[in-house]
Design a protein around this ligand. Structure first.
Ligand SMILES: [Zn+2]
Length: 253
């Protein structure tokens, strides 16, 4: 946040659940188009519909990587669109940040064009101890240290200076749950840092679908016309459309 562009009032989609929200983050569309409304690993349901950012990046020749805490994230994009997909947990219960960290370090060293690193422990701590509880904040502190380590590996590999880093969430939470349209569940941080980024707080109302569009814009990939998200141009110091409605039909932030 100190050297990037950011907002702490970006909005996820409804239902504010892990798999539907990650699908919107990466397909650039609302659930009506990607159709992922389930939140478990259900292989027979297939994959999020539409051209997602991994499809586009992989088709353009970039090495694409997903390192995830949960196997269900496999369903956000087809296996053919990721050069590497690794996960640590089939139960949604294991807290093993070291394994996932080592997996990510290995992938960073191999080099990538697009990488998603998913940190599962904040959500797990929220379900066990409550949103914004001490235990959850401790989990996020560990994630922050972990992210710092990954950035150091990028610096060592000489790929940090050219990299666009987005730090965001799939959903918020309240009490020990999430999934509703309550502001606590819907509101997420959205932080971007890297070359061409104009630092400071964003006025743009950012939606989770804008993440895919912003990545496409940064990579110079054409944005599919049916995407609901748009690049967060303000983050690049460009004019933005304050009257843009954004969001998904039927959901008011
Ligand atoms: Zn959760």
């Amino acid at each position: 946040m100190q050297n990037g562009a950011y907002t702490l009032r970006a909005q996820t989609i409804s239902p504010s659940l892990t798999l539907p929200a990650h699908a919107s983050m990466l397909t650039g569309t609302c659930p009506a188009k990607h159709i992922v409304r389930w939140n478990e690993y259900v292989p027979e349901n297939g994959f999020a519909l539409g051209a997602d950012i991994f499809d586009l990046a992989h088709a353009s020749g970039l090495r694409t990587v997903i390192v995830a805490g949960k196997e269900k994230l496999r369903q956000v994009t087809e296996p053919g669109s990721t050069d590497f997909f690794g996960f640590i947990d089939t139960t949604d219960k294991v807290k093993d940040i070291t394994t996932i960290e080592n997996m990510a370090i290995g992938q960073i060293r191999e080099g990538f064009g697009l990488m998603l690193m998913h940190f599962p422990d904040g959500d797990l701590a929220g379900h066990e101890n409550g949103w914004m509880s001490r235990a959850q904040l401790r989990a996020y502190k560990n994630d922050d240290r972990s992210l710092g380590l990954l950035l150091d590996v990028m610096k060592d590999g000489g790929i940090y200076d050219d990299a666009l880093i987005i730090v965001t969430s799939d959903h918020g939470g309240h009490d020990t749950t999430h999934g509703t349209e309550l502001p606590g569940d819907m509101t997420i941080p959205w932080i971007v840092s890297g070359p061409r980024i104009a630092p400071g707080e964003l006025e743009t109302q950012v939606y989770i679908m804008d993440t895919a569009a912003t990545i496409a814009f940064a990579l110079g990939l054409p944005i599919p016309p049916d995407w609901d998200g748009a690049p967060v141009y303000e983050a690049f110091g460009m004019p933005y459309d304050a009257s843009r409605l954004g969001g998904c039909p039927g959901v008011t932030p």
